[in-house]
Design a protein around this ligand. Structure first.
Ligand SMILES: Cc1cc2nc3c(=O)[nH]c(=O)nc-3n(C[C@H](O)[C@H](O)[C@H](O)COP(=O)(O)O)c2cc1C
Length: 200
């Protein structure tokens, strides 16, 4: 496999962690990659790019224990506009919580899409603590797994991989709480404001 189409299904794709994961993947993949942010307007364009591609990799975050609506809407378009030959579908998902297995339901959603539409599910990489890991000393754990994923796709020896930050839930909660309080302060928002249900 020497060409992979990478599709970013994050609702904040241009500034997303998924984009950073995709960039690492491109750097580790031995063949060519072509990258697209999925947006409301480019579904048909992306569908046409799938013709003649052996592998596609969706990279996206976990949203409310499932796949983000940006990706869901694209899959609906893809269902109506399939390529002539179906590429193998790999998935690189990251979630905010520490436990990478929290992404399992979203992976099942992707597996169901593949099964119902005649695609083979290829490699899967689940990254826990995905909002933070790339800016910590644990970055290398994510990079190592992304490299393994890139090799698996290049060799068509598909596999399921996972990684997270080796922290206890307690340490993770403390670190993430102080991160978000600092983040809020930088944007003029207090901890109390962040704890309300008001979004405006
Ligand atoms: C609306 C929303 C819902 C989310 N739901 C979950 C969730 O259910 N579980 C989880 O672990 N992380 C959840 N997250 C965290 C994201 O998965 C995490 O921040 C991820 O790194 C975002 O990736 P991105 O920058 O590629 O969009 C959610 C984030 C948002 C904004």
């Amino acid at each position: 496999m020497d060409r992979v189409l990478i599709l970013n299904g994050s609702p904040r794709a241009p500034k997303s962690n998924s984009k950073r994961y995709a960039e690492i993947f491109s750097g580790k993949f031995s063949g060519q990659t072509e990258y697209f942010n999925i947006s409301k307007k480019n579904h048909r364009e992306i569908c046409s790019k799938l013709d003649g591609v052996s592998d596609v990799m969706f990279v996206f975050p976990l949203y409310v224990d499932g796949i983000p609506v940006t990706l869901l809407q694209f899959l609906k378009t893809l269902e109506r506009n399939p390529p002539r030959s179906k590429p193998v579908v790999s998935v690189l998902i990251n979630c905010g919580f520490l436990e990478d297995w929290q992404t399992d339901v979203a992976i099942k959603m992707m597996a169901l899409f593949c099964r119902q539409n005649g695609y083979r599910l290829g490699s899967v990489l689940k990254i826990g603590g995905g909002e933070a890991i790339l800016d910590t000393p644990f970055r290398m754990l994510a990079v190592r797994k992304i490299k393994q994923m890139a090799v698996s796709i290049a060799k068509a020896k598909y596999r399921t991989l996972h990684t997270t930050m080796p922290l206890s839930p307690n340490m993770f909660t403390k670190a993430s709480t102080s991160y978000w309080i600092r983040y809020g302060k930088k944007n003029g928002i207090t901890k109390e404001q962040m704890q309300t249900m008001r979004i405006e």
